[in-house]
Each structure stands twice: as structure tokens, then as C-alpha cells.
Design a protein around this ligand. Structure first.
Ligand SMILES: CC(C)(COP(=O)(O)OP(=O)(O)OC[C@H]1O[C@@H](n2cnc3c(N)ncnc32)[C@H](O)[C@@H]1OP(=O)(O)O)[C@@H](O)C(=O)NCCC(=O)NCCS
Length: 182
């Protein structure tokens, strides 16, 4: 039996539907959130200025499915199945899964990130080869920190000068690390 962890190419939570991200999602992502500086403030890439920026990113990210390195997945409300609202991006490193996530601003505040992250973290820890589900956020990103707490992850510490969030500063920033383990 293949013991490597992966997520389903399509799955549903109570209110959302997720599927494997494809290069053809580029325009929807560009129009939904990739150009929005409010959305990108606490993430590791600058707002996209042209659709080709989003295409290049997606070409690279979606290829991670082939190697099992990562599983970028786009999310839609079940009530609006053609309306792309964001992306969840698990990466596998041995016995660990590390998460990134981003939602369009108009989708904030509805519990989407909590609902999907809870599903993803629990799914990962059910797999025999995965012992740790982790994520980190900028020290000022209170929304993301709260999502992790609500998904059952525990704050493990402050990682000083851990990551560059280039939309805030070129200098590495302090970050909060959260994890759920078994
Ligand atoms: C962070 C983000 C994913 C949260 O998604 P969301 O679906 O709006 O979050 P939820 O609705 O599940 O909210 C979860 C909790 O966080 C709180 N929260 C959300 N945004 C917040 C904010 N900006 N400030 C403070 N608390 C916030 C909510 O109130 C809720 O807590 P509560 O139930 O105790 O009230 C979303 O704001 C986003 O995409 N931000 C831009 C990208 C980003 O920062 N990604 C994370 C990088 S580490």
C-alpha cells in the first residue's frame, strides 16, 4: 500500500467545495484576489499586476500535485459553485503537512478558512504517516492566528525574524507557529 499522504482531488465540507487547482483557474484567481493588496498584505508574494503573473504561479503550484509535494486546491461556496473564492495549499514534508491559505476579501468573515482548515488538519492527522499539521503567520495577522486556533492547532511559539512578508517589509518578520500533532 502507498503510504504517502495526499488529499482528494475534490472534496466538500459542510458549506464549501474544493478541487485541485489547474492553470486554467488563473483568470478567476487574478480577478478574485491576486491583485488585492489588502489580501496579500501578510503573504509571501506581491500582488499580481498581469494575468500572466497568476498563470506562472499556477503552472508551478499545480505541478506539485504530480510529485506529491503539495496539493493547491481552489475553493467555492456550495451555494455558488462557479464562484472561486480562494485557495488552500497543503505542502508535505515527510511526516508533516504545512498549510497556506488565502481568500478573496468578499469571502472573509464567513468561517470559510476555519471550516476548511479544520477538515484539512483532521484529514492529515488521520493518515498513518502524518504526525504534525502546522502553519505559521505574521505576528500581526490576527485573523490567520485565530483560524489556526479554531482549527485545533496550538500556538507553539514566536519565531523571530522567520519569514519575509514583502508587502510589509523587506526585512524578515516575526511569525507565530501553530501545530496540531498526534
Ligand atoms: C486569514 C483569512 C484566511 C481568514 O479567513 P476567514 O474565512 O475570514 O476566517 P474565519 O471567518 O474562519 O474566521 C476565523 C476567526 O478569525 C477571526 N478573524 C478573521 N479575520 C480577522 C481579522 N482580520 N482580525 C481579527 N480577527 C479575525 C474571526 O472573527 C474568527 O474568530 P471568532 O470566531 O473568534 O470571531 C482571510 O482573512 C484571508 O484570506 N486573509 C488574507 C490572506 C492571509 O492572510 N492568509 C493567511 C496567511 S498566514
Amino acid at each position: 500500500m502507498d503510504q504517502r499522504y495526499c488529499i482528494p482531488e475534490m472534496f466538500e465540507t459542510a458549506r464549501y467545495r474544493l478541487r485541485r487547482a489547474n492553470p486554467s483557474d488563473a483568470l478567476a484567481i487574478f480577478e478574485s484576489y491576486a491583485t488585492d493588496p489588502t489580501v496579500t498584505r501578510y503573504i509571501g508574494w506581491r500582488p499580481h499586476s498581469e494575468p500572466c503573473d497568476t498563470e506562472d504561479f499556477l503552472e508551478e503550484a499545480s505541478a506539485e500535485w504530480e510529485t506529491g509535494k503539495g496539493f493547491p486546491s481552489v475553493v467555492f461556496p456550495q451555494s455558488e459553485p462557479d464562484h472561486l473564492i480562494g485557495m488552500f495549499h497543503p505542502h508535505v514534508f515527510g511526516h508533516k503537512v504545512t498549510y497556506g491559505y488565502v481568500l478573496a476579501k468578499k469571502a472573509w468573515g464567513n468561517g470559510c478558512a476555519t471550516e476548511v482548515m479544520t477538515w484539512l488538519v483532521d484529514h492529515a492527522l488521520e493518515h498513518p504517516a502524518i504526525y504534525r499539521a502546522e502553519a505559521f503567520c505574521d505576528i500581526e495577522n490576527r485573523g490567520s492566528a485565530r483560524v489556526m486556533e479554531k482549527a485545533g492547532m496550538i500556538r507553539e511559539g514566536l519565531l523571530r525574524r522567520f519569514f519575509i512578508h514583502p508587502n510589509i517589509s523587506e526585512a524578515p518578520r516575526d511569525c507565530l507557529m501553530y501545530a496540531k500533532v498526534k
